[in-house]
Design a protein around this ligand. Structure first.
Ligand code: DX5
Ligand code: ZN
Length: 225
C-alpha cells in the first residue's frame, strides 16, 4: 500500500443525503453544514443503472436554494451525457459519472468541464482502475465505490482500499496528486475511515454514519480521526 501523506483532519467529509430525512432536506442541509460537512453528496438513481430511484434536477434546484454547501452529484444513471447540463443548471458543483455508464467517457468528462462544473469519474467494485488511466487529466475527482451502488447502509468492501492506493500511485506518477481528489463511497464509518485515509483517500462519503447518528458534528469529527 502506498504511504499517503493525508492529514486526517483535512480530509473532506461529504454526507450522503440518501440517508437523510427527505421530508426536511432544507433542515438536513443546514444541520450538516453547521456540523462541519465540506460538501453535500447527492445520489441520483434512475432505476436502470442501479435498482433504486431517488431524485433529479428539480429537487436539486430546490435544495440549491436552501444551501451554500458545494453539491457533489453522483450520477447512477444510464446515458448521463443527456442530463449533465440539467444537473449543472440545477446547482451541481461537481458531476461524477460512472465509467461503466459511459461508452465515450472521455467525451462526457470534457462535456462536464465545458459547463464550468468539476468532473468526477466513479468505478464500481468490479471495475479495474486502469480504465481511467487515459482520462486522469480530465477529472477533478476519482470516486472508488466500496459497495455496489444503489443503496445506503451496505457493508464496506475492503478490496476498495487497494484500488484507492493504486489510483493515488497513478495520480502521483502523472503529477496530479494535489489536483485530483480521491473519494470513497459506501460503508464508510469510523471503523473503515482510517484505512481509507491511510490508502490515500482525500474525501469520504458517509450516509448512515452521519445521518444515522443523533449528533452530526460528532459523527463527522469521528470520521476525520
Ligand atoms: C450508494 C450511494 C452512497 C450511499 C452511501 O449507492 O452511492 O452514497 O448513500 O451510504 P452509506 O454511507 O450508508 O453506505
Ligand atoms: Zn454516492
Amino acid at each position: 500500500m502506498t504511504r499517503a501523506m493525508i492529514d486526517p483532519a483535512r480530509v473532506k467529509i461529504a454526507p450522503s443525503i440518501l440517508a437523510s430525512d427527505f421530508s426536511d432536506l432544507a433542515g438536513e442541509l443546514r444541520r450538516i453544514a453547521e456540523a462541519g460537512a465540506d460538501w453535500a453528496h447527492l445520489d441520483v438513481m434512475d432505476g436502470h443503472f442501479v435498482p433504486n430511484i431517488t431524485f433529479g434536477p428539480p429537487v436539486i434546484a430546490k435544495m440549491r436554494s436552501k444551501s451554500d454547501l458545494p453539491f457533489d452529484v453522483h450520477l447512477m444513471i444510464e446515458h448521463p451525457e443527456r442530463y449533465v447540463a440539467d444537473f449543472v443548471k440545477a446547482g451541481a458543483d461537481m458531476v461524477t459519472v460512472h465509467a461503466e455508464a459511459c461508452t465515450h467517457l472521455h467525451r462526457v468528462l470534457g462535456q462536464i468541464r465545458e459547463t464550468g462544473a468539476k468532473a468526477g469519474v466513479v468505478l464500481n467494485p468490479h471495475t479495474p482502475v486502469n480504465v481511467i488511466e487515459n482520462v486522469l487529466d480530465l477529472v477533478d475527482m476519482v470516486l472508488i465505490m466500496s459497495v455496489n451502488p444503489g443503496f445506503g447502509g451496505q457493508k464496506f468492501i475492503p478490496a476498495a482500499l487497494g484500488k484507492v492506493a493504486r489510483v493515488r500511485e497513478m495520480l502521483v506518477a502523472a503529477g496530479l496528486a494535489s489536483a485530483v481528489e480521491i473519494q470513497v463511497d459506501g460503508g464508510v464509518d469510523e471503523k473503515t475511515a482510517p484505512a481509507c485515509i491511510a490508502a490515500g483517500a482525500t474525501c469520504l462519503v458517509a450516509g448512515t454514519a452521519v445521518f444515522g447518528k443523533p449528533d452530526y458534528a460528532a459523527a463527522i469529527a469521528a470520521l476525520r480521526k
